[in-house]
Ligand binder design. Structure first.
Ligand code: OGA
Ligand code: MN
Length: 214
């Protein structure tokens, strides 16, 4: 268990999700695991096995480089580092379900690489009523991130009286937020920016439609 999920930390996370819809957790994941995930992501980037990310699910999925410019590779649990990380997300899922009764059913995640000039315009990860992404997670894999590189994650609080928050994509930091409620954005980055983005989903197939997995 390398996710530093002490009872106190988990309580902070759960309270923050309920009260403000998001939580920034620096040093959530050990440097060793982040370095292993970083090497994998870099390897995929060198090998050309990343794909341009799209927007929309199922049949309406399409690439739109005016909205987002990252390249991704879905996790498949094939390596030790991925297995460990997926186990940690499973543990987090279980604890969130116990504490908040969210009915989270599964986790899907991908490596994301933003090359210099990359960004992701303001969006929500899920739309009220139709989708089943409930809780979003982003784990950052960037050692020694410099402020002038940009690439911050901007969180727009649900309470519009509150100021937006800019979060630097630093190695080991995990950001967790409610997928439907929290609009967010990735500001243009000057430097390659690597992460694992993922979502806990509830089971969307219960309404009778087969839910597209991605
Ligand atoms: C996403 C996303 C945020 C980030 O992949 O949907 O919003 O900071 N990522 O990488
Ligand atoms: Mn997003």
């Amino acid at each position: 268990m390398t996710l530093k999920l002490t009872p106190t930390r988990f309580d902070q996370l759960a309270d923050a999700l309920v009260e403000q819809g998001w939580f920034e957790w620096p040093h959530a994941v050990t440097d060793a695991l982040c370095q292993a995930l970083l090497s994998e992501a870099e390897h995929h980037a060198c090998e050309g096995s990343l794909r341009r990310a799209g927007v929309g699910r199922g049949e309406i999925h399409h690439v739109n480089t005016a909205i987002r410019r990252d390249e991704i590779k879905w996790l498949d649990g094939a390596t030790r580092a991925q297995k460990i990380y997926l186990d940690q997300m499973a543990e987090l899922q279980q604890q969130l379900n116990r504490a908040l009764f969210l009915g989270l059913f599964e986790y899907e995640g991908h490596f994301a690489v933003y090359k210099p000039g990359g960004f992701y315009k303001k969006h929500c990860d899920s739309f009220r009523g139709q989708a089943n992404r409930m809780v979003s997670t982003v784990l950052y894999l960037n050692p020694d991130w410099q402020t002038d590189w940009g690439g911050e994650l901007v969180i727009y609080p649900e309470d519009t009286a509150k100021k937006q928050v800019e979060i630097r994509p630093e190695l080991g930091k995990l950001v967790v937020f409610m997928s439907e409620q929290i609009p967010h954005e990735v500001l243009p980055t000057q430097h390659p920016r690597l992460s694992v983005a993922g979502w806990f989903r509830c089971n969307g197939s219960v309404t009778g439609k087969i839910d597209p997995p991605r």
